[in-house]
Design a protein around this ligand. Sequence first.
Ligand code: MG
Length: 257
Amino acid sequence: MSRVEFLLRRLTELERPLLVALDVDGTLAPIVRDPESAEIPTETLSMLAALARAPDLELALITGRDLRSLQRMEQLEGIWRAVEHGGLVLAPGEAPAERILTPEQREALDRFRVWVAEHAPDAFIEYKPQAVALHVRPIAETNPERAERLLEEADALARSLGLHVRHGKALREAEAVPYDKANAVREILRRSGASSVFFVGDDLTDIPAIELASQNGVGVFVQSDERRGAPSEAAVVLDGVDEVAAVLAGLLQHSVA
Ligand SMILES: [Mg+2]
């Protein structure tokens, strides 16, 4: 039995309603140098649209991106969204409420922003409502030592400013408020009334949600050339976005049959 078939068999055994909670970059969308040009393949988008309509399934996208950046990639209907690593959780059709930072949090983020603009103008920088993310993948390709040094310096600066630091693949993110994808998954489970969860993610930031899912369903880690093997014993491993797409296709077949 293939890895995909084995996983599909486990998914059919999970109690319904099943929450299908998926990370986006590296899970649905292939990783590219510049996150602004990342795309979810059209076929995958069609499958997600069909999964969102399937009875006994709840579909959620769980991403570090902010809402604007996620909505550039998909305009799906009937899905849950957790953006900014769970900083904002939205039910299908729900509009985001306004969130307010303290003057101190705003000042700390501004100072971090100024530093990255000065020291890493060639990096990809994501400005989110409550965080600044520094992506050094473009720098690491030509100068891995400088990329590593930038990550370390950004880390130290963010800490000294009282910001929370998130570590990801070729990423440091300074956050005014620490969020956690596992909390987002827990919230969606509670609010949606789903009985079990299937979570898929490819990065360090996904591990808490993978572990949560493996206690109440199935947690999958998507390996890539950037990170091989399961980071957590609880995780089932899939190889790349194509295997994730194959599992979603199989799940869809079972769910509408
Ligand atoms: Mg990812």
